[in-house]
Write a protein that binds this ligand. Sequence first.
Ligand code: AMP
Length: 488
Amino acid sequence: MPAEQETAQEALTFSDLGLSAKVLSAVVDAGYTQPTPIQAGAIPHAIAGKDVLGIAQTGTGKTASFVLPMLTRLERGRARARMPRTLILEPTRELAAQVEENFVKYGKNHRLNIALLIGGVSFDEQERKLERGADVLIATPGRLLDHFERGKLLLTGVDIFVIDEADRMLDMGFIPDIERICKLIPFTRQTLFFSATMPPEITKLTEQFLQAPVRVEVARPATTNTSITQRFVKCGSKPWAKRARLRELIDAEGDTLKNAIIFCNRKSEVATLFRSLVRHEYDAGALHGDMDQRARMAMLENFRKGKLKLLVASDVAARGLDIPDVSHVFNFDVPIHSEDYVHRIGRTGRAGRSGEAFTLVTKADRKYVDAIGKLIGQEPEWLDGDLSTLTHEDDAEEKPRGRTGRRGPKKEASDAGEDKGQGSDARKGRKEAIKAENTERKARHDDASAQGERRPRKQDHRREREEDNSIIGFGDDVPAFMKIGIKG
Ligand code: AMP
């Protein structure tokens, strides 16, 4: 059925949207005065019980666009044991945890039971929450199905079903799980469906599972967001050369660098770069799929609160995270999939602030940079000459003596691990962090079942690639939707 086109209305206030008094009071306390376009467009329909197809990405206020109406609607009725009243599916644990935070913030005047079902956390505690009766169940698809298969969960009481970040779910191979989950929930439910983009597979899913949805589409934050200065930086292809160049860039930014996310393509590179930065006495942390949920959340919290300056991350781990004020993004590796570039640099320059994005480029990355240029519709701006100006020294086999690129006051240290000045508490803390990370990695390796949101399934191409430390992106597995011809 064709979706009803709806124009988002920006001039509305929150009190025009039909939200309950309790929700309005929490919104006022959160300091929000005006709904964002996705909120203005979606909330009235969601409260009216209609299906909504929201085309919006993280950063547009879309979380509140489903959390606020859900809270309003949940004020009537009670949860029963093992029968959640609402279900929200999220592609990653971090996004699921962020949605939970939103329920806590906006639901402070409600007494709702919220259960979070994500991987990397024990089943027992989650089962206890289900047993008590959940008003709101927030889950990643694999862990949800695990609970279902253990017989601890019935989805027949779900009245409101939210699928968030649907295109990301597609990338991660979750669509078959979502189809299965959709069929476990009563047909009479209300479905709120969000996706940043609408590839054919997602359109098909909405046609199959939404009923006469109201379509609310908000503008994508411009890929060429003028508040982000994007620069490409040529560098040698050897890992040590890339790390040295990165340190040079960080040092050169001086005090203008408040905090930064540094993206790598591989999980193994995240760990190596994190260690290297710590050895060079940078204030760094890491976020990748090998860390357990608690460690990931703690790392993120420290970064958010400004206790940690540099966060080295993989795409999957960092996807959609709401970190409002990041001054810099560094792409240690050029993303293979050019859309990832847009997502990555979109971590900075948020909410009208200015941001800096630097991308390290080796000779082998030329075609990926060309693809990014095409996607963002502009020629790459090179910091100090394009790839044709690479010198032999840049691509030398041997690491030149003394070239660590340090300009700041920190001590020299090699990537091979020589560690000077071990007396300081900060250094000890970082060394312990590395040790803890190693122990944790070993434990996780030993117990693969505790690894992620879901068991390995055939369709998990992208996710498996990250777990295998191989390249994230499409690689040889171009998804079917990319091969479908686009008319016009
Ligand atoms: P989201 O797109 O849901 O990740 O939200 C992005 C950010 O916008 C979060 O930090 C929210 O707290 C914030 N936010 C949500 N709604 C509003 C609003 N109406 N006015 C200002 N900020 C908002």
